[in-house]
Structures are given as C-alpha cells and as structure tokens.
Design a protein around this ligand. Structure first.
Ligand code: FAD
Ligand code: NAD
Length: 475
C-alpha cells in the first residue's frame, strides 16, 4: 500500500484526539487520525458514557424497587421490577454505538482521514500503522498529536481475569454479582460500586487511605458516606487488598486491616479500581526523542512536548484524567498548529463524581485556598432549603452548595457542591471561575426559579452575609 503524508497526524481517537482531528479538519489542515479500539476512546467505549448509562439504569431500577416495596409520592408498583443484566448491558452498548458512530461521521464531515489500526513510531514524525487485516501503512506528518490516553492500573497480586475485573469488565457483566468487593474508593470504585448496590449486589469497599474519595474534603464526602451506611455498604478504610483465596468452593479477597491483621471478604466478583496510568508503552515513544519521566509526557500550555512539531494531550499528559480537559486541549492544539495565538490555560477545570449523591468541584476548597496563602470567606447553602431540590425528592441527603472567595476583593476561588443532580451545576461553576466572577456577580445574576442554580446564588449571598432562604446573623 502507498505511504501517506499529512499536515497533522493524531494518534488516539478518544475525547482528546478526535476533537483535535475535527478542529484541524475544520481549519483546512490535511489530517489523519489513527485508533485501534473504536472512535471515542476510553470515554465513549468503556468510560464516561457507558458508566453513566449504567448508573442511570441502576437509579431507575432502585427507584422502581423503592416504589414497589414502600409506595411514595402517591405512586406504588404492584410488583417489584426484575433485572436482566444482559438487557441492561445491551441498552448501554446501543448508546455507545450511537455515539461512536456519530464520531466517525463527524470526522468524515470534517474531511479527516480516519484509519482503524495501531500506530507505532520509528521517529518523531513517522509511524507505521498496522490495520485490522494485518497490512501496514507508513504515515509521515508535519505535525503529530499524541493522544494515546490511559489504561487501568493492575495490581500484581490481583491480576484481571476470572472473578477479578476492572472498570471495563464491570460494565459488561452478564450476571449480577451477589457479593461485590470493590478495591479502591475513588472515582471509579464509588461510581460503579454504588450502581451495583442499587442493582441489588451486596457491596463492600476496601480502601487504602483513611477515607473515600480523598480528592474532595470531608464535608463534601460526608453525604456519600452517609448514603453508603444507610444502604448497607461496608467501607474498610486504611485497609490494603492482598490477593484472592479459594476456600470451600468460595472465593475470598484477603486484605490487611488497619491493625495489620489479615481478614477476608467473600466475593463473586472483585472490582479493582485503584487508578489509571498514561499509555506510554507499545507505540514507539522511546524512538521519538521526547523527554518524559517514564510515567507521562510533560507538556507546556501549548501542549508542546520537548520535540518540535510533536504535541501531546489528554490522559497521556497526566492529571487530571478527565475527558473534558482532553477535549479542550485537543481543540486548542489544532488551532495552535493552524497558527492561531491561543493556549490551553484554564483558570480551573471542574470535576464531577457521579456518586449518590453527586459531588462537583471547581477551584480551591477553603483549606486549599488557605494553603495558597489566601484569606477567605465562605458561604454554604443547604439544598434542603431549595424548592426545586425538594420537588425532586432531595433534601434529606445533606446536599449543599459551598462557595469560597477571597476576603479582600470577593473574587471566587472555588465552588463545590454535593447533592442529587448537582453535576448539572458544573457549567455555571466553571464559567464563574473562568470569568473571574466575584460574589456580587453571582448574587446579582437573576437565577431561574425553581432551579438548583438558585443554590449557587444563595451560597454567594450567604458568603456576603445576607442569604434570603436561610437565616443569617443580623448585621
Ligand atoms: P482515551 O480516551 O484513553 O483514548 C485514547 C485512545 O487511543 C484509545 O482509543 C486507544 O485505543 C488509542 N490508542 C492508544 N495508543 C494507540 C496507538 N499506538 N495506535 C492507535 N490507537 C491508539 N472522565 C470524565 O471527565 N468524566 C467521567 O464521567 C468519566 N468517567 C469515567 C469512567 C470510567 C469507568 C473510566 C475508565 C474513565 C472515566 N473518565 C471520565 C476518564 C476519561 O475516560 C478519560 O479522561 C478520557 O477518556 C481521556 O481521553 P484521552 O483522549 O486522553 O484518551
Ligand atoms: P482514583 O485515583 O480516583 O481512586 C483510586 C483509589 O484506590 C484511591 O482512593 C486509592 O487510595 C485506592 N487504592 C490504591 N491502591 C489501593 C490498594 N492496593 N488497596 C486499596 N485501595 C487502593 O482512581 P480510579 O477510581 O481508578 O479512577 C481513575 C481516574 O479516572 C480518576 O482519577 C479520574 O480522573 C478518572 N475518572 C473520572 C470520572 C469522573 O470524572 N466522573 C469517573 C471515573 C474515572
């Protein structure tokens, strides 16, 4: 087959790579994108989207079960719902198929040459792609965008296979595990562990640190801890997984408790969710002359690596491993290659964990702001005082919106929330930070009633000392 040349070669078709390719195509650059595993990468095929579909299905099932066993809102069901795991997985796969097919169409519409295969570099600008039929194609590019993403971390003493699954396996189970042990109480463990609990599994967590979801402060994770407790989920913190043992025809996860003693938990499946690592091996990075620390590729705000004309983005470039960060980098890199004066330099990147209840954060927590030498004021608004929240059956879960601002000029340094559906507030939170908003800007923006967004305005008012829907000290 003939060799190919192009202005831009993108390796990796995830939420970092495919928007980079689409934007490059829009800008008139002759662009090729290569991916082996399906357009949309981890995010669309085995990450963000399938996990959120799975969580939605679990929510629906739990809600229906609730109405069957204890009628509420004047609604009862005469029989409990039945779960067909294969049906759930098939529905999730349908959504994945629609979105990945959509990405392929978008690439085509932008004039991008999308090639399915594995790329391996022989120098910084040349790679050989092995196609599905085993044939190869050499591609030489003037600019290269590396977007190879990340893979699940495997524990050497708990290798994936059989009853030990990672997030990919957890999204494809044929049968519901009666007993699920989750190793790792971070993003993936909590999102999927909670979903499995809602589907009816008995779920137990083993977390190495002294609390779950350590990226958020304790005030934010308290409502999640409470939900886990109220729903019979046991969390073993300061505990380390050790390995699997078979005994009497049953499988057990052995772990070391905080006292250093070995204990065991029976498990039909063990979900190992102890992090993800950038994919830096298996595609010739070592032949490209790009400086790296063996863990991820370091880039500047233009996503430039140490090699001229070679850019990297997304999970490959380290924390935070988030799809929207990868996408924003991808768009900027294409524009930079097209000669635009731009950079990837956000004030802050919002993150959401789709737990029960959800938690969202952007910018500094009060403690982090203080560590940065700031003197801060905070405002907290309990969502139990928000009409929309109550009308959506919220209110009893301890949800709130919290705003952190610099005391001297009221510039907002961070916004956090925990509660049902608060993920949908993340856009306004991020916008406020990006626009350099002050408390008065948020409090002075007319927020629609009844919506959860009123909770942000009230948190700003609370920081200013005069909230309307909670009592404030008289001034
Ligand atoms: P990836 O999406 O990993 O894509 C990289 C692509 O490159 C892959 O398709 C891979 O096959 C391909 N590739 C690699 N090397 C080569 C090669 N040599 N040749 C050809 N192709 C190659 N993030 C969020 O923001 N929100 C969420 O809700 C969320 N939920 C998640 C849930 C789960 C279960 C998981 C696992 C992750 C989740 N994430 C979430 C993280 C998110 O998926 C990643 O941050 C995001 O996918 C990173 O995008 P990327 O483009 O850098 O890499
Ligand atoms: P994580 O870093 O969020 O959590 C891993 C947890 O495992 C940590 O709490 C850690 O202390 C614990 N751990 C590590 N080794 C252990 C051991 N031997 N025994 C017990 N516990 C152990 O990682 P993750 O949950 O695998 O997720 C990976 C990344 O994917 C996240 O960092 C996140 O960026 C991304 N992600 C994002 C979302 C989202 O945005 N909603 C959802 C899923 C994943």
């Amino acid at each position: 087959m003939s060799d190919l040349t192009c202005d831009v070669l993108v390796v990796g078709g995830g939420p970092g790579g495919y928007p980079a390719a689409i934007r490059a195509g829009q800008l008139g650059l002759d662009t090729i994108i290569v991916d082996k595993d399906g357009w949309g990468g981890t995010c669309l095929n085995r990450g963000c989207i399938p996990s959120k579909a799975f969580i939605h299905a679990a929510d629906k099932f739990a809600e229906m079960r609730h109405h069957a066993y204890s009628p509420a809102l004047g609604i009862s069901l005469s029989a409990a719902p039945e779960l067909d795991m294969k049906g759930l997985v098939a529905w999730k796969d349908e959504i994945v198929g629609k979105l990945t097919g959509g990405v392929e169409q978008l690439l085509k519409a932008a004039g991008v040459n999308a090639i399915s295969g594995w790329a391996e570099f022989e120098d910084a600008k040349t790679c050989t792609v092995t196609l599905e039929d085993g044939s190869t194609r050499k591609i030489t590019a003037r600019n290269v965008i590396l977007a190879t993403g990340s893979v699940e971390v495997e524990l050497p003493f708990l290798p994936f296979g059989g009853k030990v699954i990672g997030s990919t396996g957890a999204l494809d189970l044929d049968t519901l595990p009666e007993k699920l042990v989750v190793v790792g109480g971070g993003y993936i463990g909590l999102e999927l562990g909670i979903a499995y609990r809602k589907l009816g599994s008995e779920v137990t967590f083993v977390e190495a640190l002294d609390r779950i979801l350590p990226v958020y402060d304790k005030e934010l994770t308290r409502p999640i801890t409470r939900w886990l407790k109220d729903n019979g989920v046991t969390v073993h913190t300061s505990s380390k997984a050790k390995g699997l043992v078979e005994d009497g025809g049953k499988t057990f996860l052995e772990y070391e408790n905080p006292k250093g003693e070995t204990e065991r938990l029976e498990a039909d499946n063990v979900l190992v969710a102890v992090g993800r690592k950038p994919l830096i091996k298996g595609w010739g990075l070592e032949k490209m002359g790009i400086p790296n620390d063996g863990k991820f590729i370091q880039v500047n705000e233009r996503c430039e690596t140490g090699m001229r004309g070679v850019y990297a983005l997304g999970d490959l470039t380290g924390e935070p491993l988030l799809a929207h960060r990868a996408t924003a980098q991808g768009e900027r890199v294409a524009e930079i290659i097209a000669g635009h004066k731009t950079a990837f330099d956000p004030v802050a990147i919002a993150a959401v964990c789709f737990t029960e209840p959800e938690v969202v954060g952007v910018g500094f927590t009060p403690d982090e702001a203080k560590e940065q030498g700031e003197t801060v004021i905070t405002g907290k608004f309990p969502l139990a005082a928000n009409g929309r929240y109550l009308s959506m059956e919220g209110g009893a879960d301890g949800g709130f919106v919290r705003i952190t601002a610099r005391e001297s000029d009221h510039v907002i340094l961070g916004i956090h929330a925990v509660g049902k559906h608060v993920s949908e507030l993340s856009g306004e939170f991020a916008l406020a930070m990006e626009m350099g908003a002050r408390l008065e800007d948020i409090a002075g923006t007319v927020h629609v009633h009844p919506t959860l967004t009123e909770g942000l305005a009230e948190a700003a008012l609370a920081a200013l000392g005069h909230p309307i829907h909670i009592s404030a000290p008289k001034r």
